[in-house]
Design a protein around this ligand. Structure first.
Ligand code: NAD
Length: 260
């Protein structure tokens, strides 16, 4: 493409990260990955192995980028609702707070200090899960949070964090309530068993094209919440109108295309 972007992609070795690497590379963007593990599909000098807890490493990786696409996180609750004692632990204090709350804050502070102009934050449809379960659909960007469990609470925080940095520091922030891109065979089976899950499925191909469209959009609003998923197969659950209006992106695929 004529105007390739330099992009820091956190969580680049994960399920959506690998889809983003593929979609961004296909469009000629210069991607620096940042993850606890090496990033498949990126050369060694573009694959930073590091933790969100290391602000210096993040700052080095983010220096000179046009956009940060922040995907790195603990992507779900480990066990919730809680079991019965003594087997009643979850991953809130051990993983969700350090990775999703403190880690997100560290990313936004690095962005603020470096003056990175745009940040895409990976939120989730789990923040409006209560509306989906109550059949209060389609949900729109204005639909207020009704989070599922504690993981979703960290993403409500993430959206609020983005809103604050946009308002106070002029960073342009897109908080994206992402559909379900399954990470393993168990999740594929869960989606296969649920019409609702199929309607919010997000194929790796659509995800890759979505991240490229976000990187390439000429203008971003100061702050926006949008949804991103593949096409619904049964009923419309996520209203993608605003996503298409802002980014010119539309999904091309539907469940089960792209399932691995
Ligand atoms: N896959 C989905 O269906 C889905 C849906 C909605 C939202 N999300 C969000 O999208 C993002 C990516 O999810 P995913 O499914 O690819 O998850 P994933 O677990 O496959 O990938 C997450 C990546 O982040 C990295 N990571 C975690 N903590 C880190 C830290 N402290 N420092 C550096 N790297 C760290 C992990 O090593 C991993 O490679 C997450 O923010 C998740 O909450 C995913």
């Amino acid at each position: 493409m004529s105007n390739p972007k330099r992009i820091l992609l956190t969580g680049s070795a994960g399920r959506l990260g690998r889809a983003a690497v593929a979609g961004l590379a296909a469009r000629g963007h210069d991607v620096v990955g940042f993850d606890l593990a090496p990033t498949p599909g990126l050369p060694a000098d573009r694959s930073v192995v590091g933790t969100l807890a290391d602000a210096d490493a993040l700052r080095r990786a983010a220096t000179g980028v046009d956009i940060v696409i922040h995907l790195a996180a603990t992507p779900d609750d480990a066990r919730f609702p809680r079991g019965t004692p003594p087997d009643d632990g979850d991953n809130f204090l051990s993983d969700l707070v350090p990775n999703n709350v403190v880690g997100a804050y560290t990313v936004m502070e690095v962005v603020r200090r470096l003056g990175v102009p745009r940040v895409l934050l990976a939120s989730t449809g789990q923040v409006i899960d209560g509306h989906l379960r109550a059949d209060n659909v389609p949900v729109t960007p204005d639909t207020p949070p009704r989070p599922r469990y504690l993981y979703a609470c960290t993403k409500v925080f993430l959206e609020a964090l983005g809103r604050v940095y946009a308002a106070q520091h002029g960073v342009k922030v897109l908080a994206v309530r992402l559909g379900w891109c399954p990470r393993d065979a168990g999740q594929v089976a869960e989606i296969a068993a649920s019409e609702l899950a199929q309607d919010v499925y997000f194929s790796p191909g659509d995800a890759g094209r979505f991240f490229a469209a976000a990187a390439e959009a000429d203008t971003w609003p100061s702050f926006a919440v949008v949804y991103a998923s593949s096409r619904h197969t049964h009923r419309l659950r996520y209203d993608l109108t605003e996503t298409t209006r802002l980014l010119g992106w539309e999904p091309r695929e539907a469940w089960p295309t792209g399932v691995e």
